[in-house]
Ligand binder design. Sequence first.
Ligand code: SF4
Ligand code: SF4
Length: 444
Amino acid sequence: MKNTNSMNRRNFLKNSAMGVVGAGVLGQAPLLNAEDKTVKTPATAVAPEKIKAYRTLGRTDFKVSDIATGGNPNPAVLKAVLEAGVNYIDTAESYGNGESEKTTGSVIKDFNRKSLFITSKLNLQKGSSKENILERTHKCLERLQTDYIDCMMIHGPQTSEEVKTEGFHEAMKQLKSEGKIRWVGISNHGATYGPVAEPMEKVLLAAAADGRFDVMLLVYNFIQQESGERVLNACADKNIGCTLMKTKPVEKYLIMKEMVEERAKKEGKEIAEETKKLLDGFKERADMAAEFMKKNNITDPREIRDAAIRFVLKNPKVHTVCINFRNFDDIDPFIKLSGSPMTAGDEKKLTLYREGCGSFYCRHACGVCESRCPHGVPVNTVMRYNHYFEFQGREKEAMGKYAALPTPKAGLCETCAGFCQAACPYNVQIHGLLSHAHRNLTLA
Ligand code: SF4
Ligand code: SF4
């Protein structure tokens, strides 16, 4: 929800003499007067929000901010986020083809390196011999312009066997002894593509049992609680640090109907009968969502989003929550959630939302329905790419990933009877969502 008490950072920049200098100065209260070079505090500027809580990241003993940053596409935004007190940075070799690491490197050199906890990730499907992992880690270090990475993770392993990849573990052992890697981790959000992968829970429980992993990045949110809770419990038993992603399954699903109708208008086409059926299904759900919002006096979906983050932070087994800060407007609203307790009002809103609108959310790391698709469309992966496209501002990357999928795509869904939807235990309106995702990801 927008912070109505303070000027947001973009306006702050626009309206302050320092705007032309850049966002790096945000968080430092005094401003330099361009005329007389004296330092003054502007009467109109309200101090930006700051991180209020730090938690011990399991056995690493590192005190990390409860709000972390992930993705990191914009250096000025990342700098402002770190100045707000965020000290956990999540990146990966594959994010923007190394660009995310480069951005991170360009920003962290102006900060006390020891105050930051930086994680990167390597996808073992791109190579898993010890030599390959050593070489790629050195490239990560170069892009990050740092002597060490706090935690190197296996990026989304597809099976519990992959967790044990010896080349990775041997390389980590050597890099740890050289001081280039401090801790070893693993991330998982279910299938990368195709219906063959094991679910997140199975892979991460295998990693916890393996004993060589110090940190995990997993999916856990108020709609999709059970599997995440089982992983969090296993991690707590072994004192493994836990970072979350996909914590707020809300946002634009509430306005899906408008988006689809707007698109149809822009295309200026007659809507095909099959598509019309899908849109009708959407409309029904979207009307339910609108009714829900009205009935519960929720004027802004971001109220649910904020409650969703407070919900996961209520769990002491969670150490930090990754947020993709897309722009300056994202900073204060998310930072202010640091250290803020969940309220009875939050609890009520989330319960109502789960009951009323839970069927809008294709659960991350699920894939239960995929075996029912006669064409082998990777339902969960398509929806995850659409999540990157619609909610994380990663349109180009999401489209590239979708184009590179080696499986049949969701263009097939428009003329299908929707077998996957019938198989979804959560009653997700997935048939229509898949067609919508395909259009986004191909700009059809
Ligand atoms: S549509 Fe339902 S069963 Fe299929 S992946 Fe999404 S949540 Fe799981
Ligand atoms: S709508 Fe049909 S083609 Fe599309 S994923 Fe579902 S079953 Fe497969």
